[in-house]
Design a protein around this ligand. Structure first.
Ligand SMILES: Cc1cc2nc3c(=O)[nH]c(=O)nc-3n(C[C@H](O)[C@H](O)[C@H](O)COP(=O)(O)OP(=O)(O)OC[C@H]3O[C@@H](n4cnc5c(N)ncnc54)[C@H](O)[C@@H]3O)c2cc1C
Ligand SMILES: *[C@@H]1O[C@H](CO)[C@@H](O)[C@H](O)[C@H]1NC(C)=O
Ligand SMILES: *[C@@H]1O[C@H](CO)[C@@H](O)[C@H](O)[C@H]1NC(C)=O
Ligand SMILES: *[C@@H]1O[C@H](CO)[C@@H](O)[C@H](O)[C@H]1NC(C)=O
Ligand SMILES: *[C@@H]1O[C@H](CO)[C@@H](O)[C@H](O)[C@H]1NC(C)=O
Ligand SMILES: *[C@@H]1O[C@H](CO)[C@@H](O)[C@H](O)[C@H]1NC(C)=O
Ligand SMILES: *[C@@H]1O[C@H](CO)[C@@H](O)[C@H](O)[C@H]1NC(C)=O
Ligand SMILES: *[C@@H]1O[C@H](CO)[C@@H](O)[C@H](O)[C@H]1NC(C)=O
Ligand SMILES: *[C@H]1O[C@H](CO)[C@@H](O)[C@H](O)[C@H]1NC(C)=O
Length: 624
């Protein structure tokens, strides 16, 4: 019986010495494989999951796809499932109950899927669902038409419900040897489709929920408080643990985003960036399964190049991270303020624009004071609306906040813009976060699952705001965007290298004071031609922003919330780090086992997309 093999022979329990989580003690070792080999009846099975070996594709060659003669046989999948102790899941698209063709049609269940489709936690609890269906290929949306057709599209074919490290190693070794596309899904938040992949075997990290407070963590470079965080833990779970232990942890503003997966891998911006830099700067060690199937530690003293790249070099590129040790900081108080203004019979468009410009003029003093903001400028039904949601001032008092904002508020008053800021002092981070960004608030009730827009963003260096001529040019790139009725969701923030670390976080982030996001909107029931047009639209909208903040002058874009069609993405997303990141990628993953669109090294691969109008993940992955 194979499940017997799995428990007894393959999962060598690494006892006592290993400092990891319980689930990291179950590892696939060379000794375990050897003992499987020596039992002749099992040697074929052992061959499926050996380390290292696997094809190196030549240009034009592709990963195996369902239906190919090289696709694993039913009995091989079944052996794999046994080796995985029954944790292999054959993908059922989350909305399959809405369709008769899949065989699980159920109108009531379809209604449940439909009414929960905008809730991130609903997708997180599913082994393969992701939150932005455009990249999946929109092949199985919750629909009213049960006679439509639901297909796998960019969903993987199989997913492993991971509960220990050995399962990741077994799945990865199987995928590499069988020339399968390999996908890592944590929460499925990725805006670019990186947690999708047609024809793939996926590892689903969601259930690795361990989190441990380390009051006195010691390494060569750090001694102090830290958390060890499992790959499936969310930002909210980290914030709650930090609150419980009276410390500050750096996370993002969306509570359901994964902490140790794509967020830290992509750098991770955070309301505390004005004090401590990027979230990735806090990482002290990673436990990771690398492309050859080995389980290693990456830290300053162990595999330092890998450690460098894992901090900001992008998700799904260097390996499967199973946990992170991240430093935390003393508890810090903050001041939060929300305010807004809009055009009206007494507030003209011209005044509104002057008010926005005045705010932008303060990005340098505001970020110098360590503050962060999240704001929205929208246009609807003839009215412009500016909403500060909110201004977040860590380590400030009401007095220092008032002093900092007085020049702007005075300027607004002179313009005839009256605001009524609701300003609150918070002793602790979690209540401040909860009041403004949790799922219970209008801002935090993040609506996912949509197909109505393509996002894009730009990171603007300090010089764009500090140098008067550059500021004028920057305003000249932003104002027409707004005048055309397009929205900006933005942040003032400056995640400088405040801890003095050396890592893979894009050099662009270190000089930034503004992060501006926009989107190209799409009609319902979008056609491939409309998607293609939206791709041109977002690139067109971003063009003036790129020109005023080019990569050659320190501008760029945030890779985690980016436009998948961003030209020159290597420099824009990864800054000066790109050449080194690529070298490390080639060293640790020479066969390209890990692929992510716009990931480091992905320029030598292509997803041969079905006719979608955009580079989706619904197609064969091939070497260029
Ligand atoms: C509503 C919303 C709000 C957001 N707010 C913020 C914010 O405030 N600050 C910020 O910085 N970002 C923010 N983001 C962006 C977010 O950081 C990225 O989408 C991030 O990639 C999500 O990571 P994940 O692991 O949760 O998602 P997934 O989609 O599951 O994974 C994202 C990528 O990471 C890879 N990956 C996941 N787990 C692992 C692992 N264990 N090992 C290796 N690779 C892995 C995946 O393969 C994929 O490539 C936001 C996104 C959304 C949708
Ligand atoms: C899904 O939606 C239904 C209503 O249709 C609701 O009762 C249920 O609680 C939701 N489930 C989840 C997991 O959000
Ligand atoms: C995944 O595994 C966990 C145990 O680790 C189990 O509780 C859960 O039900 C499984 N989920 C699915 C969808 O199989
Ligand atoms: C749009 O504005 C008009 C005039 O100000 C108003 O009567 C109408 O209710 C508004 N519509 C919406 C959807 O807000
Ligand atoms: C303000 O500008 C918008 C967009 O150009 C326009 O629709 C609106 O009529 C203008 N309002 C006034 C009062 O001029
Ligand atoms: C917070 O502010 C105090 C002084 O007001 C300063 O001494 C301290 O260094 C600040 N903390 C951080 C983390 O910047
Ligand atoms: C001001 O903020 C506090 C804290 O979030 C909130 O309880 C209160 O309702 C707000 N007041 C107004 C007028 O919005
Ligand atoms: C910037 O623009 C303003 C008018 O909008 C002008 O008065 C000023 O001279 C310009 N500054 C520079 C350096 O070009
Ligand atoms: C955020 O907090 C501010 C200040 O306490 C409050 O005025 C505002 O209403 C909150 N925002 C949301 C979206 O709840």
């Amino acid at each position: 019986m194979h499940s017997h093999i799995a428990r007894v022979a393959v999962f060598a329990l690494i006892l006592s010495v290993y400092r990891g989580f319980e689930y990291e003690k179950y590892q696939l070792t060379r000794d375990a494989l050897k003992s499987l080999h020596t039992r002749s009846s099992e040697s074929k099975v052992a061959d499926l999951i050996g380390f290292d070996a696997g094809p190196e594709l030549q240009p034009g060659e592709c990963r195996t796809f369902p239906g190919d003669s090289s696709w694993p046989s039913e009995s091989e999948w079944s052996d794999l499932n046994d080796l995985l102790d029954g944790s292999l899941i054959h993908t059922v698209p989350i909305a399959a109950p809405c369709y008769k063709n899949w065989g699980v049609y159920n109108q009531e269940q379809c209604d449940v899927v439909r009414s929960n489709f905008s809730n991130p936690y609903y997708h997180e609890a599913d082994p393969t669902s992701t939150m932005w269906p455009i990249w999946q290929g929109r092949s199985c949306l919750p629909t009213d038409d049960p006679d439509g057709t639901c297909t796998l599209g960019g969903y993987p074919v199989y997913a492993v419900n991971v509960s220990n490290v050995a399962q990741i190693q077994i799945a990865l070794n199987f995928a590499r040897r069988k020339n399968l596309r390999f996908v890592i899904k944590n929460t499925g938040h990725c805006y670019l489709g990186k947690s999708n992949g047609a024809g793939a075997l996926s590892v689903w990290m969601h259930n690795l929920k361990d989190i441990e407070f380390l009051p006195d963590y010691r390494s060569d470079s750090y001694r102090g408080q830290a958390f060890k965080v499992g790959a499936g833990v969310t930002v909210r779970e980290v914030y709650e643990a930090a609150h419980q232990h009276g410390v500050s942890a750096l996370g993002g503003i969306c509570e359901s985003v994964g902490y140790a997966g794509g967020y830290i891998a992509g750098g991770g911006h955070t309301p505390l960036s004005g004090l401590y830099g990027m979230a990735a700067d806090q990482a002290l060690a990673f436990e990771i399964v690398t492309a050859d199937g080995r389980f290693v530690t990456a830290s300053k003293s162990s595999n330092p190049d890998l450690y460098w790249a894992l901090q900001g070099g992008g998700g799904s590129t260097y390996g499967v991270v199973t946990s992170i040790v991240a430093r935390v900081h003393p508890k810090v108080h903050s001041v939060i303020s929300a305010f807004s203004f809009e055009t009206s019979p007494t507030l003209s468009n011209e005044t509104f624009f002057a008010g926005i410009k005045a705010y932008l003029e303060h990005f340098v003093p505001f970020t110098d004071a360590g503050t962060y903001s999240y704001f929205a400028i929208t246009f609807s039904n003839g009215t412009y609306l500016f909403q500060m949601q909110p201004f977040f001032a860590p380590n400030h008092t009401i007095d220092s906040f008032n002093r900092l904002t007085k020049p702007l508020f005075d300027q607004w008053e002179d313009l005839g813009i009256s605001i009524t800021p609701n300003t609150t002092f918070y002793e602790e981070f979690l209540p401040a976060y909860n009041d403004n960004w949790s799922m219970d608030t209008p801002v935090g009730a993040s609506v996912v699952g949509g197909t109505s827009s393509l996002p894009g963003n730009r990171l603007f260096p300090r010089a764009n705001f500090a140098d008067p001529a550059k500021f004028n040019a920057t305003w000249a790139a932003v104002a027409p965007h707004l005048a055309a009725g397009r929205r900006i969701i933005g942040y003032h923030q400056a995640p400088q290298n405040r801890l003095g670390v050396d890592n893979g976080v894009s050099s662009v982030w270190r000089t930034v004071v503004a992060f501006l996001i926009t989107g190209a909107d799409l009609p319902p029931a979008t056609t491939a031609a409309q998607l293609r047009q939206a791709g041109r639209d977002i690139n067109g909208m971003l063009k003036p922003w790129r020109e005023v903040a080019p990569a050659s002058e320190g501008g760029g874009a945030y890779l985690n919330e980016a436009n998948v069609l961003e030209p020159d993405w290597q420099a824009s997303f990864y800054g000066e780090q790109y050449p080194e990141l690529l070298k490390i990628k080639q060293k640790w993953d020479p066969k390209g086992v890990f692929y992510a669109t716009t990931g480091v090294g992905s320029e030598t691969w292509e997803v041969q997309t079905q006719e979608q109008g955009l580079p989706t993940q619904n197609g064969r992955l091939c070497r260029l």
